[in-house]
Design a protein. Structure first.
Length: 156
């Protein structure tokens, strides 16, 4: 079965806010960024959390005892649908954006696109996979006039 074209991709989006941090993107922005990254129908929950929940989830599922910026939980992937959760640790995202001298909205857009690609099977464990994923991320972000998050050069 072929992928539906962008205009016909259905997105069922739920946003959960369990964070006291400010500056989170709106539902409309999440929807735009996700739709740009999706090539398949999708049901996605985006959850914003604070450090304790982010650290607990990262420890439980990745065995790393610190909060990370985004965690991706794919639940179902077949020829037509993507189902999963994206969990963003809002204070970590804010701190990274500040430290990297990036607009907070741009950093959120990058992490949402990054997570959406993971939900569709993209990975970056191998250098060749990283190059493909990073190139796709930069293409999608360019549609929103967001600079390449990897700088002028991609992975490698």
């Amino acid at each position: 079965m072929t992928s539906p074209d962008k205009a016909s991709v259905r997105l069922h989006l739920t946003m959960q806010n369990a964070s006291r941090s400010t500056g989170r993107p709106t539902m409309a922005k999440l929807r735009r960024w996700l739709r740009a990254a999706l090539t398949r129908h999708a049901t996605i929950t985006v959850r914003f959390v604070d450090r304790p929940e982010g650290q607990r989830l990262n420890h439980t599922y990745r065995h790393k005892d610190y909060p990370t910026n985004v965690l991706t939980f794919p639940y179902h992937f077949d020829s037509t649908d993507v189902v999963g959760d994206l969990v963003l640790c809002a204070p970590v995202v804010r701190e990274e954006a500040r430290r990297q001298h990036k607009a907070l909205e741009h950093h959120y857009a990058h992490l949402i696109v990054h997570g959406a690609l993971h939900l569709q099977g993209y990975d970056h464990e191998e250098e060749s996979e990283a190059n493909i994923m990073e190139h796709r991320e930069s293409e999608i972000l360019a549609c929103f006039a967001i600079p390449n998050p990897y700088g002028e050069t991609l992975h490698g």
